[in-house]
Design a protein around this ligand. Sequence first.
Ligand code: PGA
Length: 253
Amino acid sequence: MRKRIVAGNWKMNKTYEEALSLVSEIDNMVKDEVNGDVTVIVAPPFPFLQGVGKLTQGNDLMHLAAQNVSEHESGAFTGEVSAGMLKSVGVQYVIIGHSERRMYHHEDAQTLYKKLKAAIAQGITPIFCCGEPLDERDADRHFDYVGKQLHDSLSYLSNEEFDKVVVAYEPIWAIGTGRTASSQQAQEMHAYIREQLSRMFDAEAAFNCSILYGGSCNPGNAKELFSQPDVDGGLIGGASLKSRDFTDIIKSF
Ligand code: PGA
């Protein structure tokens, strides 16, 4: 079954105290205001995972994500965090291939494939990000660009492994810019992504895959975006740092 998902990517923001307050506020609002048909995910920085996770545990709608994972299992990889470690502190989802990691940390398609495998092996659901820069869209090459990103990291997974994957389409020109994709631009790319997935995997798995939109999603545009047939929710950056905005986005379905 395709899930409706709203995930908050906190990126490198908040102190520990602030993170705990934010998640308590979100948790309370979600309990009071959100019906049971949506999966809510928060992705705090690594050192806050366990503390934030303790606060989300009692709420069935709330889930815990990490923002990154090592492709390695264990060993001499200073500064890295393995999927097994994430699992051991209750992490259920992990963001893989965010454009900021591709850009600033030079994560290539093969590395992302290994990260996908590492997460899936631990039963952690990857949220695999894709999306084109502005020049590719301006040159009308955005479909090919995103198709290649999907192919280069996902196509080596088995059907069974792919079943666990959530995809997030995040056009780079929309991330943190206040310039969101129109609902039509999002829908046509999401439909294209689903079609590509159905070529790589069985049609049912592609149909059931949740495809999230990310990039300047806010309470004002979420409803229109989420009403598109192939938009199954959102990966939210800036607006996920404000409990009221994040909850209003969750309520936009
Ligand atoms: P934004 O970020 O909502 O601040 O544009 C989205 C993301 O990078 O996941």
